[in-house]
Design a protein. Structure first.
Length: 156
């Protein structure tokens, strides 16, 4: 390893964990307004937690924790329309705001009690409680379960 790489690695290890908590993880666009959110911002919102299996994870039941979609859209005073959810690779899905219901999907920021890395489909993943409501066990809802979420745009 080169001397410069060694110095950079040691410098990165010395950064306080709170520096990463302040990194922008989600940009929300609503009309002309754009808001950036850190992980701390998301964690300050009401959260929900549920167990479910998915076709993308191994080992049976997984525990997801995050902001309920219901509380998230309410935070932005959105009551109808579509939410365009975009991943870091620019993949976008449309999620009807009507999906934002009690005991519905969440914007997960933790899987089995741990923050999710990009490699683990994080840091944010829209996930539905597939095992709590069999209506969610369809291709429609599977296709809305976007991982590596980094942008949300609400239609006016």
């Amino acid at each position: 390893m080169s001397f410069l790489k060694s110095i950079l690695m040691v410098s990165a290890l010395c950064l306080p964990v709170t520096a990463f908590a302040q990194e922008v993880v989600l940009t929300v666009n609503q009309g002309e307004k754009s808001v950036t959110l850190t992980m701390d911002d998301l964690k300050s919102m009401p959260f929900d937690e549920f167990e479910t299996t998915t076709q993308w994870t191994q080992g049976g039941m997984q525990v997801f924790k995050g902001v309920s979609l219901k509380d998230f859209v309410a935070h932005f005073d959105v009551t109808e329309g579509m939410m365009n959810a975009t991943a870091i690779n620019d993949y976008t899905v449309e999620i009807p705001v009507s999906d934002a219901v009690e005991n519905g999907p969440i914007i997960a920021y933790a899987l089995n009690g741990q923050a999710m890395s990009v490699r683990e489909n994080g840091p944010l993943w829209v996930i539905y409680p597939f095992d709590q409501n069999t209506a969610y066990q369809s291709e429609i809802y599977y296709s809305r379960s976007i991982w590596q979420l980094d942008r949300v745009t609400f239609d006016e």
